[in-house]
Design a binder for this molecule. Structure first.
Ligand SMILES: *[C@@H]1O[C@H](CO)[C@@H](O)[C@H](O)[C@H]1NC(C)=O
Ligand SMILES: *[C@@H]1O[C@H](CO)[C@@H](O)[C@H](O)[C@H]1NC(C)=O
Ligand SMILES: *[C@@H]1O[C@H](CO)[C@@H](O)[C@H](O)[C@H]1NC(C)=O
Ligand SMILES: *[C@@H]1O[C@H](CO)[C@@H](O)[C@H](O)[C@H]1NC(C)=O
Ligand SMILES: *[C@@H]1O[C@H](CO)[C@@H](O)[C@H](O)[C@H]1NC(C)=O
Ligand SMILES: *[C@@H]1O[C@H](CO)[C@@H](O)[C@H](O)[C@H]1NC(C)=O
Ligand SMILES: *[C@@H]1O[C@H](CO)[C@@H](O)[C@H](O)[C@H]1NC(C)=O
Ligand SMILES: *[C@@H]1O[C@H](CO)[C@@H](O)[C@H](O)[C@H]1NC(C)=O
Ligand SMILES: *[C@@H]1O[C@H](CO)[C@@H](O)[C@H](O)[C@H]1NC(C)=O
Length: 698
């Protein structure tokens, strides 16, 4: 086999896919399982499956679940129609030819040739964590620019529509819709039978989808049967400005919501024509408080009286939003390229996906006014479970918050703290989640029967809380929830050195007694409480916990190390076992340096010879791994060549053309095939290197 350092030279940042039925031109910087198009929230999540390579106009766009979200785009060039978006075959038109696709942290931008005109099709899903109004607004942009490619002037019109599939995954369900035409043309569609806070097949059963554009000169709209509306544009270039009023099932003469712009004569490059698409519901989240439940709204409502004002503000903001996105993308790329190009590619794929699992909410105070001092962020454990605010899903996501905005980390921890501080949760350890497969119902677990991961979640809460406090200097979490934090630390003092048979976050690998990696987390958690106590001026507790943590490390080294001192075991006493000791990342993140330097060296040497084609296995029970833990392991090894090789392995997996789903973090290290867990927020773990002042060789 190749020595690690020579493998690296085979990487490239520009993939030319083999030509075949679906010629998609070049893709930069990598060919992912699915290309993010409109990815903002658990219910606005539209992707283009890739696998072997689909063009924007050879496949239907889909929800992360795989169900179709009909989205069609045509361009007319001198009277001839080309399709550039979607897979509709009912209306015969020419195919634009995809030349190029570029993916950044916030944008996926396609270039297609339609006869004498090249189209740039920009899908922008903003990421603006410093502006909670913007960040919480669940809308994305589609912007189309036409450029003459032969130096001549051409007559150009652009059409797009969405189908009612954006409302529900069950095409037998009945939808209603309406269109308003003022300064904006806005189509709105929703289920006729709405059920607040209820999901079916990961699709929310209330709220509305909006599709909007500016009502400029020559702009027309129409709702109606797919074939009728689309052929109206193809036959006639303008739509009829009419509405179909026969509300019906999604698949009954497939209603679509179209709009067409006339760009007139284009001799060089046109101004962009922009569409905004979003899914809005209010209230967004149901949340358990003392003695009942509270309805919470998305943060942006604090700024707008009605949805049309909000859509107009978002829509008109496209040019500056694009500039902000470009500078964000460039900053992320620069920071990540300090590690490697492979690493920067993974980060670019991870940010939208991770944020789109969360929603930022506020409550109303007694007189019905929104209370912007009461900000809580909720996270959906997409795909693996559907739980609300799972602690061991927030934990891997944590580096994303540290990198972009630690305040978002605080808003994500707060609902967990608030609920447990009410005393309604009955266990002495930290809760696992705020709602069992019930997003967006954060109804808690008063019966204490959540999925128990006692050491895992206590350690996670202590580590994340200290990390937030260190980063911001804001002591509000540690002062308000000091006794809860201490309760969890005391639990760890009793239970983490010799962890009982229990699950860790990697529950799909099943439970085990004396898990080495779990003990690491628990001991770091105790040390974290020592630091928290110190920050609170509680010196006695701090030095007590600090010496307990140190003494546990000494005992741990005896229990967890193989007898030949070559590696940590997976579980105490099992000589042949080993696993990724990724929890050591927390010791570096917090700067606690609790575990001896020699341990990192030992693990580095051990792992060096065990890397499969797509990375290190999670542990000796299986050949699978999780991409996030692969990256965290890369962040703790004392060898930049091993580090880069691990990153390279994950990149190989991410771009190998086997998957047609959004980044799927659970995969096999031997065959590079995805297992499960698609579109999860945990890809925030990939930001491990940019979330703190990582130093190579520690
Ligand atoms: C889909 O919706 C139809 C109409 O409401 C209903 O009869 C059917 O049971 C639903 N199917 C599923 C799988 O939910
Ligand atoms: C468009 O033209 C085709 C072919 O003549 C015809 O079948 C179709 O009904 C027309 N569509 C509309 C909306 O007029
Ligand atoms: C297109 O539709 C408009 C409005 O209905 C009509 O006036 C015009 O004659 C139609 N043109 C063609 C070519 O069908
Ligand atoms: C919360 O919202 C739901 C759905 O709109 C409504 O039925 C319920 O009465 C509201 N609850 C409170 C406490 O306002
Ligand atoms: C939305 O609110 C604005 C005031 O901010 C008002 O002018 C407008 O008429 C409202 N629109 C709708 C559709 O209610
Ligand atoms: C986003 O922020 C910009 C700049 O503050 C603002 O102009 C714009 O209206 C905001 N967008 C939304 C949807 O509020
Ligand atoms: C766990 O480790 C402790 C300390 O080595 C040992 O006493 C105990 O028997 C182990 N438990 C199991 C189930 O192996
Ligand atoms: C240190 O903390 C442990 C766990 O709470 C407690 O049992 C012990 O008494 C403490 N020791 C001192 C000296 O306070
Ligand atoms: C030791 O670990 C290996 C691999 O994880 C496992 O197959 C085996 O069953 C374990 N043995 C014991 C005694 O737990």
């Amino acid at each position: 086999m190749f020595p690690i350092t020579t493998v690296i030279i085979f990487l490239s940042s520009l993939f030319i896919l083999p030509s075949g039925a679906d010629v998609t031109g070049s893709i930069s910087p990598l060919n992912p399982g699915a290309v993010p198009l409109a990815v903002r929230s658990p219910y606005l999540s539209c992707w283009l499956a890739q696998g072997g390579g689909n063009a924007l106009n050879t496949a239907w766009t889909t929800m992360y679940t795989g169900t179709i979200l009909g989205w069609v785009g045509y361009v007319k060039v001198d009277g001839k129609t080309f399709k550039f978006l979607g897979n509709d075959g009912k209306v015969p038109v020419d195919q634009a030819v995809q030349k190029n696709l570029q993916i950044t942290s916030t944008q996926s931008t396609f270039t297609l040739t339609a006869g004498s005109v090249d189209l740039t099709v920009n899908f922008l899903s903003p990421v603006e964590p410093d502006n909670l109004v913007n960040h919480s607004f669940p809308f994305s942009y589609l912007a189309v620019t036409a450029t003459s490619n032969d130096g001549q002037s051409h007559s150009v019109q652009v059409y797009t529509d969405i189908s009612a599939e954006w409302v529900t995954g069950n095409v037998s369900q009945i939808v209603s819709w309406s269109t308003s035409a003022g300064d904006m043309i806005t189509h709105q569609a929703q289920l006729v039978d709405q059920t607040p806070f209820v999901e079916v097949g990961d699709r929310i059963q209330y709220g509305s989808v909006y599709y909007a554009t500016s009502n400029t000169q020559g702009t027309t709209y129409q709702s109606g049967e797919d074939e009728v509306v689309r052929s109206q544009f193809v036959n006639n270039t303008t739509l009829l400005n009419t509405q179909d009023t026969q509300f019906r099932a999604v698949s009954d003469r497939w209603p679509v919501f179209g709009m067409a712009h006339d760009l007139g004569q284009v001799s060089s490059t046109s101004a962009p024509v922009v569409w905004s698409v979003g899914h809005v519901r209010d209230p967004a989240v149901e949340y358990i408080v003392q003695g009942g439940f509270q309805n919470r709204s998305l943060y942006f409502w604090s700024q707008y009286l009605n949805i049309s004002d909000a859509i107009s503000a978002f829509h008109d903001d496209y040019p500056p939003a694009l500039m902000r996105a470009n500078s964000f993308d460039q900053q992320v790329k620069r920071d990540a390229q300090a590690i490697s190009n492979d690493y920067a590619d993974l980060v670019a794929l991870s940010i939208r996906q991770s944020f789109a699992a969360s929603e930022i909410t506020i409550s109303k105070n007694g007189d019905g006014i929104f209370d912007t001092s009461d900000v809580l962020m909720f996270l959906k454990e997409i795909s693996s479970d559907g739980d609300v605010s799972t602690v061991d899903v927030i934990f891997p996501t944590w580096p994303l918050y540290l990198y972009t905005s630690p305040a978002l980390g605080k808003y994500t921890l707060l609902p967990l703290f608030e609920y447990q501080a009410t005393g309604q949760y009955s266990n002495q350890w930290s809760i696992h989640d705020l709602g069992d497969r019930s997003y967006p119902k954060a109804v808690g677990h008063n019966d204490g029967k959540d999925e128990a991961m006692p050491v895992e979640e206590c350690g996670n809460m202590l580590i994340m809380t200290l990390s937030y406090t260190q980063r911001t200097g804001d002591k509000s979490l540690i002062s308000t929830y000091y006794s809860l934090l201490d309760q969890w630390a005391q639990f760890l003092i009793t239970d983490s050195l010799i962890p009982a048979n229990q699950l860790s976050t990697d529950n799909f690998a099943r439970s085990l007694t004396n898990q080495t990696n779990l003990a690491i987390k628990g001991i770091i958690g105790i040390k974290a409480m020592s630091e928290i106590a110190s920050l609170m001026g509680d010196g006695a507790r701090s030095s007590n916990y600090s010496s307990i943590a140190s003494s546990y490390v000494d005992q741990f080294m005896g229990l967890a190390m193989s007898s030949d001192s070559k590696h940590l075991t997976l579980n105490y006493g099992n000589e042949t076992s080993w696993g990724l000791s990724y929890n050591l990342y927390a010791d570096k993140l917090l700067g606690t340096n609790l575990f001896p330097d020699s341990l990192y060296q030992t693990q580095t040497s051990w792992y060096s010879n065990l890397v499969n084609e797509f990375g290190l296995p999670l542990d000796t029970r299986n050949t699978f791994t999780l991409s996030g833990w692969e990256i965290w392991t890369a962040a703790i090894v004392k060898s930049t060549s091993l580090r880069d090789h691990l990153i390279f392995s994950v990149h190989q997996y991410a771009a190998n053309g086997n998957s047609d789903r959004p980044f799927t973090d659970w995969y096999d290290t031997k065959d590079g095939k995805s297992i499960l867990f698609t579109a999860r927020p945990v890809v925030g773990a990939h930001l491990a290197f940019v979330s703190y002042s990582y130093q190579a060789f520690l």
